[in-house]
Design a protein around this ligand. Structure first.
Ligand code: CS2
Length: 442
């Protein structure tokens, strides 16, 4: 038996309190992976439970039909299991209405973006999904390719413009430094080349709000699906497993209507930069270090790596002595307490967060997670022993037998192979552009 709208569930499972069928879809979300389902969709479900309406989500997968095959036969429904040492809490999320696969039906995606009820288009396409070439400019050839977010958003905006509809808010929910400004700049570059007549309208009628998203949502495993089936009595192929912690900070800059997310714990602020920098350099910086150092020492999961007495002090130092001093904290932001909380979150054994999942796409992650911190200290003549150790571990990882899942995979492997790996990877003529110069740092 498969989860669906008529499935009886155990009374302990929280279910949507609103009439799902009566909601319009106000959000199109591109890149509907586990993270979106365990984060933004949960807040949006909360908003509709609290009485706000018409914020149903149409999910889009740019390439793969997997999520559509998981969710569409379940009428978009899936469970979120929140796992802590105290046990598991299960709830049914009703915010997602259906999933479109852009590769199979591109027009349906364009129509969803161009629908009068749509006000927000959000994204979790991972760092590489923004199709930035060297120096951060849009890779125009890739942006015209079949699975480019820009093509769909560009065509959807063109259709809105043609029919006199208002602009949209574009919300990047990926771990990029300055994700709102990055998306705005790249979208403008795309429109200037592909729809030059839209550029002025985009500039005045659309907004690209920046966001800081935070919740650890590991990829769901077959063992998770089997355990959830036992708990709820039916198969849920779209199930998501996550931690108790969840945070979302959004720059309050919307083109039109938006969900009342602030009523359900989301922080709407004027400037998200301090939140974002803290999260990228402390949480994600530590995560990537745990991944490469941990894999090098034979661990599989985050909770194992952070418990290793050889690794834990490196991670503590990275967060407290290297990343934290680089950040101008917002009022009320306590970076020491944040580091304590992160150590607890990483130690959660119920999550089974795989290091190899975090190790993916290092070329896209390392700049904002490590190199900005290194550059900050280098400018002050200081060293970062923990980040140096993390860089060494990454190079060892690139030299190892592990498969390298990264858009620069082969190039990285070649650059890392020789004795001048540091200069080939970083520095002026390295693969990864950065202000940090390894020659003098390390
Ligand atoms: C992780 C993130 O996979 C990774 O690279 O560092 O997905 C991390 O779990 C989230 O950003 C937490 O909010």
């Amino acid at each position: 038996m498969r989860l669906g709208p008529d499935t009886p569930l155990p009374a302990s499972v929280q279910v949507p309190a609103y009439d799902r069928a009566a909601q319009a879809a106000g959000i199109v979300h591109i890149g509907i992976g586990a993270f979106h389902r365990g984060h933004q969709a949960v807040y949006t479900d909360d908003v509709m439970n609290a009485g706000d309406r018409d914020w149903g989500i149409i999910g889009v997968s740019l390439r793969s039909g997997n999520v559509a095959a998981q969710l569409n036969p379940q009428d978009g429904l899936y469970t979120v299991s929140t796992r802590s040492t105290a046990g598991t809490d299960l709830r049914l999320i009703g915010a997602v209405q259906r999933v479109l696969v852009a590769a199979d039906d591109p027009q349906a995606v364009i129509d969803a973006i161009a629908a009068p009820t749509t006000h927000v288009v959000s994204f979790t396409v991972t760092e590489k999904g923004y199709l930035r070439g060297p120096c951060g400019a849009l890779d125009q050839a890739a942006a015209r390719g079949p699975s480019s977010l820009y093509r769909f958003v560009g065509a959807g905006l063109a259709a809105r413009h043609a029919s006199g509809l208002p602009g949209l808010t574009l919300l990047s929910c990926d771990n990029l430094a300055g994700n709102g400004a990055v998306l705005r700049a790249l979208m403008r570059q795309y429109l200037a080349a592909a729809h030059p007549d839209l550029v002025d309208w985009f500039n005045t009628e659309c907004r690209c709000a920046a966001t800081m998203i935070d919740r650890i949502v590991p990829a769901t495993t077959d063992a998770d699906l089997a355990a959830i089936a036992t708990e709820i009595g039916v198969r849920d192929e779209g199930a998501v497993v996550t931690e108790g912690f969840s945070q979302w900070v959004i720059e309050d800059d919307f083109a039109g209507p938006r969900p009342r997310w602030e009523a359900v714990g989301v922080e709407l602020v004027a400037d998200i930069a301090p939140y974002e920098t803290v999260k990228l350099r402390m949480l994600n910086g530590a995560h990537s270090a745990l991944a490469y150092i941990g894999l090098g020492r034979g661990h599989h999961f985050v909770h194992q790596a952070v418990a290793d007495p050889e690794i834990r002090p490196v991670i503590e130092r990275l967060m407290r002595n290297e990343a934290a001093p680089t950040i101008d904290a917002a009022p009320g932001q306590d970076l020491a307490a944040y580091a304590d909380a992160l150590l607890d979150r990483f130690a959660n054994p119920a999550l089974n967060h795989r290091l190899i999942q975090i190790a993916m796409d290092g070329s896209q992650k390392v700049p904002q997670r490590w190199l900005e911190t290194l550059a900050w200290h280098q400018a002050r003549g200081a060293r970062c022993p923990s980040l140096d150790a993390a860089i060494t571990a990454w190079i060892n990882f690139l030299r190892s037998d592990h498969p390298i899942d990264d858009p620069l995979g082969e190039k990285l492997r070649e650059a890392a192979a020789g004795p001048d790996a540091m200069a080939k990877l970083f520095g002026e003529s390295g693969l990864i552009a950065s202000e940090w110069r390894p020659e003098t740092a390390g």
